[in-house]
Write a protein that binds this ligand. Structure first.
Ligand SMILES: CC(C)(COP(=O)(O)OP(=O)(O)OC[C@H]1O[C@@H](n2cnc3c(N)ncnc32)[C@H](O)[C@@H]1OP(=O)(O)O)[C@@H](O)C(=O)NCCC(=O)NCCSC(=O)c1cc(O)c2ccccc2c1O
Length: 264
């Protein structure tokens, strides 16, 4: 029987072998809360195990952002959902990797924090010229202790990954393309057509060959899931600290964080 689930935080569409999952929280720059993650996991399972689907597109509603990571207004020590830190991040990252189809990140505007991690984890990333990529953890009292750090370094190299995390700078779509984080950049008004063209090519290919290729690419980095699970326990302890809470409070109060007081 066809799955007709309706989502609160997502839009979901299946058309001609292409499933499109859109995070639909534009007022929050498509930041995810617990419910968003639960719905994303459901939607990836729905598309991933549908044999009529050959490719999955992940994107964000509106023009401002692909996704800006965890919703800071739903973050008081822990976030508001399931899992060690109140967001089922391990399950979400895992399903993007374990669905047999390629997942394409279609990025306009900000791919920041956990949003950049989602784009990084997707098999392919296509970006409009407005896209901006970056990590914010050390500015916000957070860190991704798994794929967002260790897997990122496999894509952009150790030095660049460390720069991205330690300095929390933002990178243009062209800079991200140059460092291998993005497959192709096009003007924003051509992005939908470009993504459609890549999807059309993929759905002409053998789905079994692609599924085996994807699992083969994944095999080399699957151990990072174990590192992430371990790190999540440390992250929970960090989230309960005044140092982490300073990051969240400073964002919500629209001021610069004062982390110098935590240098001992
Ligand atoms: C994204 C920004 C750089 C944009 O800055 P700009 O100045 O252009 O716009 P505003 O700051 O005014 O934002 C506009 C509007 O959107 C709201 N908003 C944006 N992002 C968020 C967000 N993440 N949560 C909640 N709300 C958001 C903002 O408040 C404004 O609303 P108004 O009503 O005031 O108009 C900048 O917004 C920015 O830096 N945003 C925060 C990014 C962030 O901190 N992300 C979370 C990082 S942590 C994370 O994602 C994460 C957490 C985990 O626990 C993990 C665990 C395990 C693995 C991974 C994890 C993970 O990745």
């Amino acid at each position: 029987m066809a799955d007709t689930t309706q989502y609160t935080d997502l839009l979901y569409e299946e058309r001609d072998g292409i499933a499109t999952i859109t995070i639909n929280r534009p007022a929050k720059y498509n930041a995810f809360r617990g419910q968003t993650c639960d719905e994303l996991i459901h939607a990836f399972n729905r598309a991933g195990w549908n044999k009529a689907i050959g490719v999955i597109v992940l994107t964000g509603a509106g023009t401002k952002a692909f996704c800006t990571g965890g919703d800071q207004s739903a973050h008081e020590g822990s976030y508001d959902g399931k899992g060690t830190v109140g967001l089922p991040m391990e399950a979400l990252h895992s399903i993007i990797r374990s669905v047999p189809q390629p997942v394409i990140a279609k990025v306009r505007g900000y791919a920041i924090g956990g949003g950049n991690v989602l784009a990084t984890l997707c098999d392919l990333t296509l970006a409009g010229e407005s896209a901006q990529f970056g990590q914010v953890g050390p500015k916000m009292g957070s860190i991704d202790p798994g794929f967002g750090t260790a897997y990122l370094s496999r894509i952009v190299g150790e030095k660049k990954a460390r720069e991205i995390w330690y300095l929390c700078r933002r990178y243009t779509a062209r800079e991200a393309e140059a460092m291998g984080l993005v497959n192709k950049v096009v003007p924003d008004d051509q992005l939908d057509a470009e993504v459609e063209a890549w999807c059309r090519e993929i759905v002409e290919r053998s789905p079994t060959a692609i599924a085996i290729a994807k699992r083969s690419f994944n095999a080399d980095s699957d151990n990072i899931a174990g590192i992430g699970a371990l790190g999540m326990q440390a992250l929970k302890l960090f989230y309960d600290s005044d140092e982490s809470k300073e990051g969240v409070a400073s964002f919500l109060e629209k001021r610069k964080p004062d982390f110098r007081k935590f240098y001992k």
